[in-house]
Design a binder for this molecule. Structure first.
Ligand code: TXA
Ligand code: MG
Length: 317
């Protein structure tokens, strides 16, 4: 069983021969040396992830990124200068230093500087970039605590660096350029509105489930094991009146349903709080004895777009 701890030196030692759990501000990662194809293969094996689904490479700063890329388009540089370290992943033409396995043979690799003090310390200590997908078995809900990682992958890894609960709670927003357009391939922890405020209108292309460019958007990603329905709670409750469900609500609790069966994303209707709570609450709902999860959409603004995207995908199992 993995040891859970906060020892950077120990984590860095383990990274010489293994993959470990890594805290970031978005979700926990399953991290290994991005320049070592053996460690990258370990990541795919442990996560049971198909090889066509590429990984994000994490670096501590722009200097560490430079030898890994061939060019850095101006719009993406602009985003990096405002939002890194942070919940933003950029697709950039990769140099030969990045093994093909990392990016499924694509010309571009995904890069991110995470905004978590322990992740940054570890990246500086180990001196190589870390490939890290979310530390969940393929298709399941992403982990936002070290305990979530231990519960599912604890038997397969030696160490989980414990950085506490993730402050953002949604995976990074993925951005790239195609010709003259800036394309958003995954809505995430950096709101689309923040990005568009800096660089103008972007093309959002997150629904093409067969597009190998964003396989993270495959159907039934982020999904609990039990049945989940999302929509208007009034309608869902009456359509499923024969079944006791766990409700995921936003704002006030409903007074027509037992409160102990309601998990509240944010009683104060705060979307950042809702994002930070989402995956933990989905796990609680999945572990509860009731066989059904009913959820309502949150307002479709700011981080609400990414939260609703995850709720929709969670219901596609
Ligand atoms: O917040 C995050 O991004 C977290 C933390 C650990 O950094 N990581 C994460 O990784 O969510 P993962 O593997 O669960 O999702 C990565 C997504 C996948 O949907 C993958 O398809 C996309 O990034 N991706 C990675 N490399 C790519 C590439 N070269 N081209 C297109 N999409 C890529
Ligand atoms: Mg993932």
């Amino acid at each position: 069983m993995a040891e859970i701890g906060t020892d950077i030196i120990k984590a860095s030692e383990w990274l010489k021969t293994s993959v470990i759990g890594l805290p970031t501000e978005t979700v926990y990662g399953l991290a290994g040396n991005a320049l070592d194809p053996l460690r990258v293969a370990d990541i795919f094996r442990i996560k049971q992830r198909p090889y066509f689904d590429p990984l994000i490479v994490h670096v501590p700063d722009i200097e560490a990124l430079e030898p890994l890329i061939r060019e850095f388009p101006d719009t993406l540089k602009e985003l990096a200068s405002h939002f890194w370290p942070g919940p933003l992943t950029l697709l950039l033409p990769k140099s030969k230093a990045i093994p093909d396995l990392v990016c499924a043979g694509l010309e571009q690799a995904a890069f991110r500087i995470p905004a978590h003090p322990l992740a940054l310390k570890l990246l500086r200590e180990c001196k190589f970039p870390l490939a890290a997908p979310s530390a969940n078995p393929f298709g399941y809900i992403s982990p936002t605590t070290a305990q979530h990682v231990a519960a599912q992958l604890g038997d397969a890894i030696p160490y989980i660096l414990d950085g506490g609960a993730c402050s953002v709670g949604l995976e990074s927003t993925i951005v790239g350029v195609e010709g003259n357009s800036t394309v958003i391939y995954r809505l995430g922890g950096l709101a689309l509105s923040e990005i568009e405020m800096r660089i103008g209108t972007c093309e959002v292309r997150v629904n093409e489930s067969s597009d190998p460019r964003a396989p993270g958007m495959l159907k039934s990603h982020y999904a609990p094991k039990k049945k989940m329905l999302v929509g208007k709670l009034d309608e869902l409750i009456s359509a499923n009146s024969g079944t006791t469900a766990v409700l995921i609500v936003f704002g006030s609790f409903r007074n027509d349903y037992p409160e102990e069966l309601q998990l509240n994303l944010s009683e104060t209707e705060n979307l950042s709080e809702a994002a930070a709570n989402l995956f933990s609450l989905l796990r609680l709902a999945d572990e509860a004895p009731q066989k059904l999860i009913l959820a309502e959409f949150v307002p479709a603004r700011g981080l609400g777009l990414a939260i609703n995207d995850r709720l929709r995908r969670a219901s596609m199992n």
